[in-house]
Design a protein around this ligand. Structure first.
Ligand code: TXA
Ligand code: MG
Length: 336
């Protein structure tokens, strides 16, 4: 049975009891829902990989309540300090060198010597982290490779009996996962575009007197050793096929519009009739879920401009539309 609690004193207290017992707790953040476990408890972290059927090479972000807590786990660099000052708490994940005394389980960081850290701003996530007093390892709370959840219902529909406890904080505000920046090199390196735009990152670096150049990791086609597996070519995939940059509806499609290009099919969805990219980002995953739930075999989506948050939206759409990998035995292990 899945227990669903609102964000309340008793909801948070029960969530903490579950986490201390090594169980999983799905919780809201301002980006998407996370599937959380005590990051210092390897068998709790193992449950995450099992519940999501996530490949074990794919490291998890550790969530903490404050920048100070983050820099206890990963080594601060000038790039990291400037971005933490500008965007934490918020939809930003920093990749830092793992400190020698870092208590996060090696399974959570997939054996890498770097750790992904995030300080979420969501009130419920903050309450949970402050009360738990330990890092929470949490990927998006969806089966691996599928659409990220922006409501508690998406979590329950996707993971079903694989998650016992969900804290329901209503729909997520941003709906796009965090921007991931590797801060360990001479220049900031964008591993995944997300809720904070590349332009905003460059401004923050430059205001801190640092080099505002942002290098970009080339997307990798390999399933076996991606630098940031959010870069897998096929990811965020709905069950139906997806046609992107669609100007016109084609027969049999559930078409999601944007701006002046209308939605069509059963639901006639539109990411943002006014062409607002923030609204479109917030609606993206819910509308993909809703279109998929009509049991259509084909989803189409109108063109999205590639500026600002559009970069992250188009990144997700490209991966959602990519040919699906063959999840054969060699590339997709589950923990028993
Ligand atoms: O908004 C978000 O980031 C959400 C919420 C729940 O915080 N989380 C999320 O987690 O999207 P997930 O696991 O679905 O995506 C995290 C990405 C993965 O692509 C993973 O490979 C990358 O972060 N990542 C985590 N730790 C890393 C590390 N040490 N080095 C490189 N990439 C890392
Ligand atoms: Mg994910």
């Amino acid at each position: 049975m899945i227990e669903v609690y609102p964000i309340s004193n008793s909801g948070i207290a029960t969530a903490i009891t579950r986490l201390r017992a090594g169980d999983l707790v799905a919780f809201p953040t301002e980006t998407v829902y996370g599937l959380g476990a005590d990051a210092t408890n390897a068998s709790a972290v193992a449950q995450i990989f099992k519940a999501k059927q996530r490949p074990e090479f794919n490291p998890l972000i550790s969530h903490v309540a404050s920048p100070d807590a983050a820099f206890e786990l990963g080594t601060e660099t000038p790039i990291a300090t400037s971005l933490a000052d500008a965007f934490w708490p918020g939809p930003l994940t920093l990749i830092l060198e793992r400190k020698a005394q870092c208590p996060v389980s090696l399974l959570a960081t997939a054996g890498l010597d770097k750790i992904g850290l995030r300080v979420p701003a969501h009130k419920g996530a903050q309450l949970l982290l402050r009360k738990f007093c330990k890092p929470l390892a949490a990927p998006s709370a969806n089966p691996s490779g599928q659409i990220s959840p922006s409501t508690a219902d998406h979590v329950i529909d996707g993971l079903g009996g694989n998650v016992g406890f969900v804290l329901d904080g209503g729909p997520c505000e941003s709906g796009l996962e965090s921007t991931i920046i590797d801060c360990t090199g001479q220049k900031a390196c964008l591993l995944r575009p997300g809720g904070i735009t590349r332009e905003a990152v460059a401004i923050a670096l430059s205001e801190a007197g640092l080099d505002p150049t942002i290098t970009i990791n080339k997307p990798l086609n390999s399933m076996t050793n991606p630098i940031s597996p959010g870069q897998l070519t096929s990811h965020y995939a709905p069950r139906a096929t997806l046609r992107v940059a669609a100007e016109k509806w084609q027969r049999g499609e559930e078409m999601i519009g944007f701006g002046k290009i209308h939605g069509a099919g059963k639901l006639r969805l539109n990411l943002s009739p006014s062409g607002n990219l923030i609204e479109a980002a917030a609606n993206l995953f819910s509308m993909l879920h809703a279109a998929d739930a009509t049991t259509t075999e084909k989803i189409a989506i109108a063109p999205i401009p590639n500026t600002g948050l559009g970069e992250a939206i188009n990144d997700r759409l490209r991966r959602a539309a990519a040919p699906r990998p063959d999840f054969g035995n060699n590339t997709f292990q589950s923990i028993r």
